[in-house]
Design a protein around this ligand. Sequence first.
Ligand code: GLN
Length: 462
Amino acid sequence: MNSIEYIKKAKNGEIDIVENTKKTLEEIKKIDKEYNYFININENYSLNQAEKISKSNKKGKLYGLPISIKDCVCVKDLESKAGSKILEGYKPVYDATVIQKIKDEGGIIIGKTQQDVFGFGSFNTNVGKGYKIPKNPFDKERTTGGSSGGGSGITKKIEMPHIAVTESTGGSIAAPASYCGVIGLCPTYGRVSRYGLMTYSNSMDKIGVTSKDIEEIALMTSVISGYDRKDSTSKKIEIPDYTKKKYDKLKLVLVKESINEGVEEGVSKNLINLIDKIKYDYVSMPLNFKYSIQVYYLCTMSEVSTNLSMLCGMRYGMHEKLEGNFNEYFSKVRSNNFVKEAKRRIIIGTFARMSGFRDAYYLKALKVRTKIIEEYKKIFKKYDLIITPSMPNIAPKFSDINKMTPLENYMTDIMTAGPNLAGFPHISIPSGFSKDMPTGLLAVANHFQEHKLIDFARSLKK
Ligand code: GLN
């Protein structure tokens, strides 16, 4: 039963939502023991919510549906730490706007899912100090992908109706969706409020949806979208009803560079097979494929280096014994509680913004960013959707990830960095299997054209 059927039955009274919540909690606890998808499972909280909703007269669009939330989205009174150790113990005093919207529609929050700390990673192996790494639902020796690894893993593994709320800065919805064989939709920057989302990179963070079924994605995207006066970057623009089909014929274009060398054969084969029945053209995106990784990492790390400066053991989360002067105390807290990848990003980002280097790195990156956006915009004048694989490979084994250099690691974002730099909505759709592991197709649309992505996924389902 998918979530749409479940909600219908729950509304009709054919299913008891409290009982359903209990069963869902049992299932996720069992899965979690083996796969580590949750950072917190919030039993009492979700049961209380279910009781309350079942007693109320209002039957919202998500009535009684269990929903998992990536840890970086603030939920009032639930520990929310973006997967990090340094924020341990932090319980927000307010709900993120998306959480408020979900609650208003009767959704039940069952827990916070695992992620790379603050979103720093593509394999969910950069977890907070001492936390467990989630494992791929198809092969426990492989990664779920990151950084929304927990949300994608549980989506694949769970049998009870459920939808995951996930987040992407540079591919964190698409990457794990592709590696776990589920659908992930990242909306346009500004479509969904970021209020209450713990910042990784302000100019790129987006909250989105991961699920098994495109109708579930359509429903949740309709619920969480919309202007929010608490987020100055959210946009006042009409929200279409994604649950209804709108587009029939969409013009597709496949990016040449995306199926070239460096991409696993099974990945490009599956992609071509999937779209072969549909008409499509080819295009080249030289700028994107040459520079998007460099530009993405320079921009995000620069933003990270200022954003994380507030985490110093004074205001939020971790505190240590107050000793020494400011520098000594802050250094101790940050040295002990940031993982290596967070430190690397703070250092590189600080360097890229330093006077003397800023022009050569950060400001240069911003200029190239604009050029890359222009490259996309030109293509969107003629086409509706730009197609590439979601990831160049199948989910790698942990033993191989350990051997990768940081640069090799960053390079796996080659398909997803571009659309995220430009704030374009994109969707990862399962395209088949290679060596018994799922592969994904990435479709990118122009700003605020999420509906095209959803209708495209619908057309592939047939
Ligand atoms: N892999 C990318 C990074 O490490 C994207 C992560 C994300 O979207 N949060 O920055």
